[in-house]
Design a protein around this ligand. Structure first.
Ligand code: BGC
Length: 251
């Protein structure tokens, strides 16, 4: 019957979910999506998640992993990027468990993407230190050592030239400022150079929607570290959340 879990990916604009085979990294059946309720308030988001989980079906004993654009420490959301500030300090895991009446695991969105890449994507089988980065509205990061996640790295907020560099180098900065690929790549060069000088990784993986167009900017970067596009693309959050929920099913 295979090893299955439900993965839910909460973002600033949409909430996506699917049942995943956590052995093969394939989604089973349809991927569902609803708009993130306006304001992104905890109760409304929990309602939307519960709707998706009900629609997905699956057995009631199936683990559910929910990833979220926030630092998540022991189920408590400690920050909130592009979603209501009401999440800050909230026991999100308890909220979802109460609403859905089942065991839920909540984790950071970039951590989920990192787990997906380490298990099923570009970092599969890689030893040493991998840093996952997602370039979107913000910059999400995950640290993986020998494939194991070290949670809640917030390296998108590295300060460079006195600026929180997510504001300069996220994909949203390219769009907001109408930067060319070359101009944006110059900012990415600065960001990734800093990252590699501080952490000396073996591999950097680049995800986020824009990673589809990796040939426009990755070849422009000059780094000591191998840097590759993500492979799990827009299923990354779902797959990573499902895989981690399955792995931690007894916790
Ligand atoms: C947040 C991270 C999140 C990333 C991507 C950043 O602004 O601080 O927690 O992973 O955006 O959503």
């Amino acid at each position: 019957m295979g090893k299955k879990a439900i993965g839910i990916d909460i973002g600033g604009t949409g909430i996506k979910g699917a049942i995943a085979d956590v052995k093969t990294g394939k989604l089973i059946g349809d991927r569902l999506r609803v708009e993130t309720p306006s304001g992104g308030k905890p109760r409304d988001v929990a309602d939307a998640v519960s709707k998706i989980v009900r629609q997905l079906g699956g057995s009631g004993s199936m683990e559910v992993g929910v990833c979220f654009p926030a630092v998540v420490q022991h189920g408590v959301t400690k920050s909130a990027a592009n979603i209501s500030d009401d999440w800050i300090g909230l026991d999100a895991e308890a909220l979802f468990e109460k609403k859905l009446g089942r065991h839920i695991h909540v984790l950071n969105d970039a951590d989920a993407a990192g787990v997906a890449e380490a298990k099923f994507g570009a970092a599969r089988g890689r030893k040493g230190l991998t840093i996952m980065t997602t370039l979107g509205t913000g910059i999400g990061t995950a640290i993986l050592y020998n494939g194991e996640l070290v949670p809640n790295a917030e390296l998108g907020h590295l300060e460079i030239d006195g600026v929180d560099y997510e504001k300069m180098a996220a994909f949203s900065a390219k769009e907001r400022e109408g930067l060319s690929w070359v101009d944006w790549a110059a900012r990415l060069q600065k960001y990734y150079s800093k990252l590699e000088s501080l952490l000396v990784p073996d591999l950097i993986v680049v995800g986020g929607g824009v990673s589809k167009q990796h040939q426009e900017f990755l070849p422009l970067l000059r780094l000591k570290t191998e840097i590759v596009p993500a492979e799990t693309r827009n299923s990354a959050g779902i797959l990573g959340a499902a895989a981690l929920a399955y792995k931690n099913r007894d916790n």
